[in-house]
Design a binder for this molecule. Structure first.
Ligand code: ADP
Length: 524
């Protein structure tokens, strides 16, 4: 079906070209701003339907819509999809042979295309930019716009180079930035970078009601995944691991057991990655085991679960990755397998990364926020949405915290022990040292500071393991009684709430296994 009516209304085009009866929340609002040639910012969750907000205006405009996307490997799929709907779209990137590029450029000049997808790197090539400047560009859509912000989770400095270029494109085209992840800080940064007014920022809720969030602590991860896949055979899912090695190991082990798994990471040859991606899209492999290199822009609507085999480095990445489940709106699950070592691994990545101190500090903070989320006792979506600045009235009732049926116990005394110890240690040590002192450890690191072993809090929780105490500290941090400050060598400090607990003005409660309570009673 070819599109033929410039005079049609957005809703008619939605039905006729895209085959949908109604707009989703925010879509029409964005489209209207774009049609009015404004600079706008669309912040919608993954799967929220951002693409239509520039594809549909592209059909209504006389001129060309330029789509800037960092996802070279997916441009072809996106363009094929549009072509299949009768939309004249094409792309130009480094994967095409020179002759093909020349042909396409000449066709674009001749006005054969409504939409052109390019990578930001391409725009930086002066001769290519010269070509763009001669085109009647009416809309510039910048996909995954958060990568432009240094406060975003996937910052690509090269993206900033294209900003001054965009203002040189003639005809004052509309500009639309699109992203699924924007904290308040990123949002303001993007508004400023793209020249978007507050009223032209369209922010739909981040809530994804069809996603049940679960966090499992201290499980045998491999066994857990095996059992999970067995119980969910026939369903499509993604497992995110932290490193290529972890992907390979898990892939080999699950493959050996005859499970229909695929793998994807940047260390594999391009060919293999492509084969795997397609096998996943066409359900030949049910479960993709991947690093975070997989998934940006993958539009598989029926992914029923996303498992994080290790804790991601920040909440934005976590949110974006879980968003790949349940795009079709049907019930789906996002499961995080938490282990404290994962946090150290993420810190190690930052430590080894290249970047300024300020950048690293920001990354460390993000890891801490992720750790806090993984250890909170509150409703998970509620916590997550609060992170993005959204206040939710009620608990979701389906996350692992909401469904936690363990007993609530008063842990005020233990909390006071931890907090008092942090104060005694002059609020100048990190979690492990605090835990070791409470345990009464004879470890060399503790002995190095003579006075620590003489503190009245030394050995105050000796009946518990260091791991257990550390987790409890994580809990107190997540729920706002302690805070972490500093970069590579973070230290624990009391918050105002922590001070109140210490003074006996606040009670701290926590859900605990019956078994654990029984053990505690037996030992205390
Ligand atoms: P995003 O880019 O925000 O992650 P997409 O644009 O890829 O999301 O859209 C996600 C899915 O929702 C796609 O399968 C798309 O076809 C579908 N979709 C988009 N808009 C609508 C709509 N108004 N009604 C029904 N489905 C829609």
């Amino acid at each position: 079906m070819a599109y033929n009516g410039i005079m049609q209304k957005p809703r008619e085009i939605l039905k006729e070209v895209f085959g949908y009866d109604d707009f989703r929340t925010g879509q029409l609002d964005i489209i209207e701003k774009v049609l009015a040639h404004k600079h706008a910012l669309a912040i919608m969750p993954t799967g929220g339907g951002k693409s239509i907000t520039y594809q549909l205006p592209a059909l209504m405009f006389e001129g060309i819509t330029l789509v800037i996307s960092p996802l070279i490997s997916l441009m072809k799929d996106q363009v094929d999809g549009l072509n299949a709907m009768g939309i004249d779209a094409t792309f130009l990137n480094s994967t095409l042979p020179g002759s093909e590029q020349a042909q396409r450029m000449s066709d674009i000049r001749a006005g054969l295309y409504k939409m052109l997808y390019v990578s930001p790197e391409r725009l930086e090539i002066p001769s290519f930019f010269g070509f763009i400047q001669q085109l009647p560009i009416e809309l510039i859509a910048i996909d995954e716009a958060h990568v432009m912000s240094q406060w975003g989770h996937d910052f690509r400095p090269s993206y900033l180079n294209i900003l001054p270029l965009l203002s040189q494109i003639s005809g004052q085209p509309a500009v639309l930035g699109l992203t699924a992840t924007a904290t308040e800080r990123v949002r303001q940064n993007l508004q400023q970078l793209l020249g978007v007014a507050d009223e032209d920022t369209v922010l739909t809720g981040f809530a994804r009601d069809n996603l049940a969030l679960k966090i499992a602590h201290q499980v045998d991860k491999r066994q857990y995944v095996q059992d999970y896949l067995r119980a969910n055979q026939g369903k499509s899912g993604i497992i995110y691991a932290a490193t290529r090695k972890q992907v390979d190991e898990l892939y080999t082990s699950l493959n050996k057991q005859g499970m229909k798994v695929g793998r994807y990471h940047a260390g594999l040859p391009e060919k293999e990655r492509q084969v795997m991606q397609e096998a996943f899209l066409y359900d030949e492999v049910e479960v993709m085991i991947a690093t975070n290199a997989f998934g940006m822009g993958i539009n598989k609507p029926d992914v029923r679960f996303v498992i994080h085999y290790a804790v991601p480095g920040n909440i934005e990445a976590y949110y974006q990755e879980i968003g790949r489940a349940g795009r079709d709106g049907l019930p789906s699950e996002a499961l995080l397998l938490y282990a404290p070592q994962d946090i150290h691994l993420q810190e190690f990545f930052v430590q080894k990364s290249e970047g300024t101190e300020a950048y690293k500090q920001n990354e460390y903070n993000k890891i801490r926020e992720m750790n806090a989320f993984a250890n909170t006792g509150t409703c998970l979506p509620r916590y997550l949405l609060a992170y993005f600045g959204e206040v939710v009235a009620k608990d979701c009732g389906q996350c692992s915290n909401c469904l936690d049926s363990r007993d609530i116990v008063d842990v005020t005394t233990d909390s006071q022990r931890v907090l008092a110890n942090v104060v005694r240690m002059n609020q100048s040590f990190g979690k492990t040292m605090v835990a070791k002192v409470l345990k009464g450890s004879h470890d060399a690191a503790v002995k190095k500071y003579d006075y620590l072993t003489t503190l009245p809090t030394y050995g105050l929780m000796k009946e518990r393991t260091i791991k257990d105490i550390s987790r409890f500290i994580d809990y107190l941090t997540a729920d706002g009684y302690l805070k972490i400050e500093g970069g590579e060598y973070p230290v624990l400090k009391l918050t105002a709430m922590g001070v109140r607990v210490l003074k006996g003005e606040l009670v701290v409660e926590k859900r605990v296994n019956r078994q654990v309570i029984a053990q505690r009673q037996a030992t205390s």
